[in-house]
Design a protein around this ligand. Structure first.
Ligand code: AMP
Ligand code: FE
Ligand code: FE
Ligand code: ZN
Length: 285
């Protein structure tokens, strides 16, 4: 059984439409796919309607959160599975995050334009096409305008968190975000906890606090983690009774990783489902 629990579609910063992503998942030999667009559930309906026979859909989302540590703020991504998409607190938070992404994206483009880079706000909005604006959309504008050869290159030169065009956005704090997802009947899982600097914030102590607040798992098997990261996270998960998940974090052509690059154990998914309210069940065609 091949389970990939974290992917992005055109509904956020992927490059494949939700329906086509389901077909691609089937073609990639997956049995279960998690659709976890940033800050939106807009792709859920189209994905569910397009499920090929034999493929199971886990409806989810990925929230951008922050943790305060001495002298800085660390960005942490939180996966949320099978929550109630109509929960008023979630709806309001997703609306706020999307507005925040729009303002922040436009500000980053403004800084680039002021420096003479040949992209426009209209161009980035057209690329995002109504999806919550993310840095990969700006990266695609930079590719389109011939500034860089790939979105990866755009991150290296123009979009990175420490770069001169970076504008932060106001995310939700991690612990309240975990509580928000639990209250909406969903299962929260920390995405790539050792991805890019998250380790400064996600100490075993904080993870224990999150577990006490209802955190269900850690995404251990992810492209951004080396063997040392994975071993450390497996140890923490075992100690705290947290599930271990794995995924590709597929973003279409915005990233090189392919569907199924990392997988989740079927037993982990089974337990994950028992930790949800059932208001948003698994969907199988
Ligand atoms: P944002 O949510 O707008 O802050 O942008 C972060 C998104 O950019 C995440 O979804 C990442 O998957 C993606 N990302 C981060 N670094 C890179 C990179 N080097 N190449 C391509 N995509 C990246
Ligand atoms: Fe993304
Ligand atoms: Fe992420
Ligand atoms: Zn992701």
């Amino acid at each position: 059984m091949r389970i990939d629990l974290h992917t992005h579609s055109l509904a956020s910063d992927g490059t494949v439409a939700p329906a086509d992503l389901m077909t691609a998942a089937s073609a990639a030999g997956l049995d279960v796919i998690g659709l976890t667009d940033h800050d939106t559930t807009a792709g859920w309906a189209a994905a569910a309607a397009a499920l090929p026979a034999g493929l199971t859909l886990v409806r989810g989302a990925e929230f951008s959160t922050y943790v305060t540590v001495p002298r800085s703020i660390v960005s942490v991504h939180l996966l949320a599975y099978l929550f109630d998409p109509l929960d008023p607190v979630i709806v309001r938070e997703q609306e706020r995050l999307r507005a925040e992404r729009l303002q922040r994206g436009l500000q980053m483009v403004e800084l680039m334009m002021a420096d003479g880079l040949p992209i426009t706000q209209e161009q980035v909005l057209a690329i995002a096409a109504g999806a919550p604006v993310g840095r990969p959309h700006i990266g695609r504008a930079l590719v389109e305008s011939g500034v860089v050869g790939s979105v990866d290159e755009a991150f290296d030169g123009y979009l990175a968190g420490r770069g001169s065009y970076y504008v932060p956005k106001l995310d939700i704090e991690l612990l309240p975000a975990v509580r928000m997802i639990v209250a909406a009947g969903g299962a929260p899982v920390v995405a790539h906890p050792r991805g890019r600097g998250e380790g400064r914030a996600l100490t075993p102590q904080l993870i224990a606090e999150l577990a006490a607040a209802g955190l269900v798992g850690l995404e251990v098997d992810h492209l951004d983690h080396d063997d040392v990261d994975r071993a450390e996270l497996r140890g923490i998960a075992a100690e705290l009774g947290l599930l271990v998940t794995g995924s590709s974090d597929f973003h279409g052509t915005n990233k090189k990783v392919q569907l199924g690059a990392n997988l989740t154990d079927p037993a982990a998914l089974e337990v994950l489902v028992t930790r949800t309210s059932g208001v948003t069940p698994l969907v199988t065609a």
